[in-house]
Design a protein around this ligand. Structure first.
Ligand code: DAH
Length: 343
C-alpha cells in the first residue's frame, strides 16, 4: 500500500469520525479500523510479503494511521459529551452564568477572638497557656486560695454548688488553676489561664452567670511588683499598639498580699468619655503578689520563691474591644449579634 493510499484510508476514517452522531457510531469505526480483522490489522498483516525496504515505511505509516484514528475518536467523544451536557442544561433551564449560591460562613466568637489575641501576646512573652476543670473542688476554688469555709470573702462568690456536701462547684474564677499549676510545675514558670467561670447571681447588663476570665501567674526567685507592672504595660502596648499609663490602687483578695486594682489610662479618649465614665481611667484587673500561704498550698516554698498573679476580666475586655454595652449578648447565642464579628 502506497503512502497516498494510506492517506486516503486516513481521510476516510477521520471523515467518519467527524460525522459520528453518538457512541454507537464511534464503536463501529473502532471495530472497522482498529480491532482484530479491521483495516489497520489487515495492512499490518500484509507487511511480511513486502520487499524489506518497504516494510518499515508501511509499518510506521500504519502505526501513525492507528494513532490518528484513536485520537480523533477520543476528541469526538469529548465533543459529543459536551453537546449532551449542553442539551441537558437547556432542558433543565440551567444557566451556568448565574452566580452560585453563597455558602453561609461561620465566624469566631468575639470571646474566642480576644482570647486568641491575648494568648498570642502572652505566649510571645514566654507564658504557657493552661486549662483547668470548670467543675472544681471547693479545695482549689477556695480553700487553697486562702479562703477557708467561714471566710467572708466567700460572699463575693455566689456559687453554683454541684453536690449536697458542698465539695464540688462550678468554678467562680480561674484562680483555682493557680494552685493546680503550682502543684504541677516547678518554678520558675509563667502561665495564663483563659476560661469560663460561673456565678449564681442576678443577671443584668454587667453581670452574667457565665463569663470569661484570664488568670495570669508568674513564680520565680526575686519576682516583684515591678515585674507585675512591667508585664501589664507590655501586654497593654501589644494590645492597643501604644504605651498606656497604668496605676495601682490597693485591693483586697485573700490569695494576694499585697493586693491591687490595676487601672489603665483610657485608650479611647483624651479627657473623659462614656467608656471610662469621664474619669480617664479604666479598671483593668485585680492583681497582686501571690500570698505565701497560697504558694505553700501549691507545694512551693515561699522563703525561696515569690510570684505575682492577675485576674483579667476577659468578658469585660471583649466588651471594651468591640464596644458591647450588655454582657448578656456574649453568651446569649443570638446569631444576629454573633454574625457582626465575622473575620
Ligand atoms: N479571682 C479573682 C476574682 O475573680 C480575681 C483576681 C484577683 C485574680 C487578684 C488574681 C488576683 O489572680 O491576683 O474575683
Amino acid at each position: 500500500m502506497s503512502p497516498e493510499e494510506l492517506g486516503q484510508v486516513q481521510a476516510e476514517a477521520l471523515g467518519r469520525v467527524k460525522g459520528a452522531a453518538g457512541a454507537a457510531d464511534l464503536l463501529g469505526i473502532e471495530r472497522d479500523y482498529l480491532e482484530k480483522g479491521g483495516v489497520v490489522a489487515k495492512i499490518l498483516a500484509s507487511i511480511p510479503s513486502l520487499a524489506p525496504e518497504q516494510r518499515r515505511e508501511l509499518g510506521s505509516g500504519a502505526n501513525r494511521l492507528k494513532q490518528a484514528i484513536q485520537k480523533a475518536i477520543e476528541e469526538r467523544e469529548g465533543e459529543l459529551a459536551a453537546e449532551e451536557l449542553e442539551r441537558e442544561r437547556k432542558a433543565q433551564g440551567f444557566d451556568p452564568t448565574l452566580p452560585s449560591a453563597q455558602p453561609r460562613r461561620g465566624s469566631l466568637h468575639p470571646v474566642t477572638q480576644v482570647t486568641r489575641e491575648l494568648e498570642d501576646i502572652f505566649a510571645s512573652m514566654g507564658y504557657a497557656i493552661l486549662d483547668g476543670p470548670e467543675v472544681e473542688l471547693d479545695y482549689y476554688n477556695f480553700e487553697a486560695l486562702n479562703i477557708p469555709k467561714d471566710h467572708p470573702a466567700r460572699e463575693m462568690y455566689d456559687t453554683f454548688w454541684c453536690d449536697r456536701n458542698n465539695h464540688l462547684l462550678l468554678r467562680t474564677h480561674t484562680s483555682p488553676v493557680q494552685i493546680r499549676a503550682l502543684e504541677r510545675f516547678d518554678p520558675p514558670f509563667r502561665a495564663i489561664v483563659p476560661g469560663r467561670c460561673f456565678r449564681n447571681e442576678t443577671v443584668d447588663a454587667s453581670h452574667e452567670h457565665t463569663f470569661h476570665q484570664m488568670e495570669g501567674l508568674v513564680v520565680g526567685k526575686g519576682i516583684t511588683v515591678g515585674h507585675l507592672i512591667g508585664t501589664m504595660k507590655t501586654f497593654l502596648r501589644e494590645m492597643f499598639q501604644r504605651d498606656l499609663e497604668v496605676r495601682l490602687r490597693p485591693g483586697y483578695f485573700p490569695f494576694v498580699e499585697p493586693g491591687f486594682e490595676l487601672d489603665v489610662r483610657c485608650p479611647f479618649c483624651e479627657g473623659g468619655c462614656s467608656v471610662c465614665k469621664r474619669t480617664t481611667w479604666i479598671e483593668l484587673c485585680p492583681c497582686g503578689m501571690v500570698h505565701p500561704f497560697v504558694l505553700r498550698y501549691g507545694g512551693v516554698d515561699p522563703e525561696q520563691y515569690t510570684g505575682f498573679a492577675f485576674g483579667l476580666g476577659l468578658s469585660r475586655l471583649v466588651m471594651l474591644r468591640f464596644q458591647i454595652d450588655d454582657i448578656r449578648h456574649l453568651m446569649g447565642g443570638d446569631l444576629r449579634f454573633l454574625e457582626q464579628f465575622g473575620c
